[in-house]
Ligand binder design. Structure first.
Ligand code: MRU
Length: 317
């Protein structure tokens, strides 16, 4: 498992990010020396995954403050770098009163600590011999250490509950095939990458016991935005009576959003899909709460009705 500071860290003169676009073939750091460079790194997905984006933004503000950048401008460009993950705005709000290096580093360590707690709660939901399916990458790379959905799989593996993981390759940027598979391999967890469209037939064949994913933003009613394709998995899982568990820290909750309809969905460059033809590239979709068996945060397992079970849940260390 990668150490948190290998994934991203704050040095005196730079935010240092492991370039996730190049993994697993190359392990190269990108050094960002201004808040603008951190914002570009978030936009271009050098760093990605909702909690890791938040930590990177906190580091960007701390760097900007130490180097005398205009903080209102720094906040603005970082906030605008990606629209869907609410952790970004949460971390920037947190940094407003205290933009120090220590505070930014505490936000990072707190996120990793939340991951460990939610992973323990989520692993409680799994039974011996579980064959899980996951989408995108909700591992340590996405959270700054340990991971949410992948963290739950790590904990379940340590407890001897996990038999196998199906890893959706996750078109178009292959976060599953490149990043999740790499993390599972490092942990020696049996896994196989599948094309996203293979999930249905594996479920029909009885080879999937649960679907487990992270989230980018969870509305008050439990509607959940996550990587494009999560909604399709939720529909398939419901059809096959397979539970879908969402594992995410309270920093991913947006209780000001009544439901998923108000969650901004990022549209990325069509060139990520093709340059030959016209294309449309929504990066996230919203899974209705009714298709989610449980949402697991560091506080525990939340069940429907989520309006009640999530109410009052706020980020704590
Ligand atoms: O576009 P990405 O790679 O940033 O999307 C990431 C996801 O969809 C993750 O599942 C989500 O951020 C949760 S990370 C713990």
């Amino acid at each position: 498992m990668l150490e948190p500071e290998r994934i991203l860290r704050l040095e005196e003169d730079a935010v240092v990010l492991l370039d996730q676009r190049l993994l697993p073939l190359e392990e190269i750091d990108v050094r960002c020396r201004t808040a603008g460079e951190v914002a570009d790194a978030i936009k271009t997905m050098v760093v990605r995954g909702a909690p890791a984006i938040g930590v990177a933004a906190a580091y960007g503000i701390a760097l900007a403050a130490a180097h005398g950048e205009d903080l209102a401008t720094a906040d603005h460009i970082l906030r605008a770098s990606r629209p869907t993950a609410v952790n970004l705005g949460w971390a920037l709000d947190e940094m407003r009163d205290d933009p120090s290096y220590e505070h930014a580093r505490r936000i990072h360590t707190d996120e990793v600590e939340r991951c460990r707690r939610m992973s323990a709660h989520a692993a409680d939901l799994l039974v011996s011999g579980t064959r899980a399916l996951t989408h995108c990458n909700a591992g340590g790379l996405a959270t700054g250490g340990y991971g949410s959905a992948v963290g739950a799989l790590l904990t379940a593996w340590e407890r001897g509950l996990l038999q196998h993981v199906w890893v959706d390759e996750t078109r178009p940027l292959l976060q599953g095939a490149r990043l999740t598979a790499w993390e599972l391999e490092a942990a020696s967890i049996p896994h196989a990458v599948i094309v996203d469209s293979a999930a249905a037939s594996l479920m029909a064949a009885g080879e999937v016991d649960c679907v487990i994913t992270g989230a980018d933003r969870i509305a008050a009613n439990g509607d959940t935005a996550n990587k494009i394709g999560t909604y399709s998995l939720a529909v398939l899982a419901s059809h096959h009576a397979i539970p879908l568990y969402v594992v995410a820290p309270t920093t991913t909750l947006d209780l000001s959003a009544q439901d998923g309809a108000t969650i901004p969905i990022e549209e990325r460059d069509p060139a990520e899909i093709t340059t030959r033809f016209a294309a449309r590239n929504p990066a996230f979709d919203v899974t209705p709460a009714a298709l989610i068996a449980a949402i697991v945060t560091e506080h525990g397992v939340h069940r429907a009705p989520y309006v009640q079970s999530l109410a009052g849940t706020v980020a704590t260390a």
